[in-house]
Write a protein of this length. Structure first.
Length: 379
């Protein structure tokens, strides 16, 4: 593909690890420095509406249930409900956007892991695309989700500024990142690059298996954007790599990295899948979204061609047959995702040179199932 021929560097040589400091290893990014606290927030944005859908009335407000994981004093390995925030504040903030039919806990394995490494992490139940949304999902609400991310950032910064709050002094407003899976990866791209919907405060974006096919070259021209890393499996049946993650990597103009997991699937990025499987996990994912992908106009409110929305070459999910070989195990996919999330946000939000070196020089050398391509910046 043209994406792999435009000034990028492929890093596969084991000898490259000698260029990095000793701490730039896979094991480092699986380690934890803090205990993990967790709180559930019910936030109401009174400035925006929830539209009617499926014959149900809308609302004059947008109500968001948000799960927040954060660093706590070392202790129990699992998240502790309402534990006190660790004293070594302030911390960077990362907002996670779950995918279609997903929920705020759908990426627990990496959201909690980031918290254990010194990040405040918030994950959102989107009103109309989450699992269990009344009346079923409504893709026409997609364009409202970047506003939800901005609102959650605003609210957590507000809590951080208020004395006596559990998050007081806890968030560094200059170190903000976003991540998200599938449709949530698309939300991550919208809040990062869309000329009208983006949040200029964001410094780093990590979409995982993003719905990104219809973001044309013009979409990325309105801003150079923050540092970007795209993570995806090469056996993704729901949003195939060639027309989604690889296309995002090719078209974006900011410094960027593409990490491809050999035999990785779409569905195995979700927390609820564990262990190994003889057949693609995406058979389950495709069954779950059968008929759902056509519910609502996903392009509504995005601005059309003038905003760089270009569905040329895009197709509905699950058009290709499952491969014959077994997929990467969900456990291994989770392990590599945790490593990539931790190293990327250490590099971009904590300024870790070791983490940058690890992503560029060591990740692929130590993990043969991870392929890494990088591009400094520009077209």
């Amino acid at each position: 593909m043209r994406a792999l021929a435009i000034g990028l560097v492929l890093v596969l040589a084991p000898g490259a690890r000698a260029l990095c400091p000793p701490e730039a290893t896979t094991a480092t990014y699986l380690q934890s420095s803090f205990g993990v606290g967790v709180r559930t927030l019910d936030l109401v944005d009174r400035s925006r509406r929830t539209p009617p859908h499926a014959g149900l009335p809308g609302s004059r407000v947008r109500t968001l249930t948000v799960e927040v994981w954060y660093p706590a004093a070392p202790g129990e390995t699992g998240p502790v409900r309402d534990a006190p925030l660790a004293a070594e504040r302030p911390f960077p903030l990362v907002v996670n956007s779950p995918g279609l039919l997903d929920s705020r806990g759908g990426e627990l394995y990496y959201t909690a892991h980031l918290a254990s490494r010194g990040f405040v992490v918030a994950s959102i139940d989107f009103p109309l695309t989450r699992g269990g949304a009344p009346g079923g999902p409504e893709l026409a609400d997609f364009h409202n989700q970047p506003g939800d991310v901005r609102f959650v950032i605003d609210q957590l910064l507000r809590l951080s500024r208020r004395r006596g709050e559990w998050l007081a002094g806890g968030v560094d407003r200059k170190r903000l990142g976003v991540t998200g899976l599938s449709l949530g990866g698309g939300t991550t791209l919208l809040v990062t690059y869309h000329r009208r919907l983006r949040d200029r405060r964001i410094r780093a974006a990590l979409p995982v298996a993003p719905t990104g096919c219809f973001f044309g070259e013009r979409f990325y021209r309105s801003t150079a954007g923050p540092t970007l890393l795209v993570l995806q499996g090469d056996q993704d049946l729901l949003v195939p790599l060639a027309t989604n993650g690889a296309r995002v990597f090719e078209r974006a103009r900011s410094p960027r990295t593409l990490v491809t997991l050999a035999h990785g699937t779409h569905t195995a990025f979700v927390t609820y899948f564990t262990g190994s499987a003889a057949e693609s996990y995406d058979k389950i994912g495709c069954a779950a979204i059968a008929g759902v992908a056509t519910l609502g106009d996903i392009f509504a409110g995005l601005g059309g061609p003038r905003a760089g929305i270009d569905p040329t070459g895009c197709a509905l999910p699950c058009q290709d047959p499952p491969p014959d070989n077994p997929p990467m195990s969900a456990d291994e996919q989770h392990r590599l995702t945790k490593v990539v999330e931790a190293a990327f946000f250490d590099a971009t939000l904590k300024g870790s040179a070791a983490a940058s070196c690890f992503l560029g020089e060591v990740l692929a050398a130590e993990n043969p199932d991870a392929r890494v391509a990088t591009h400094a910046a520009g077209p």
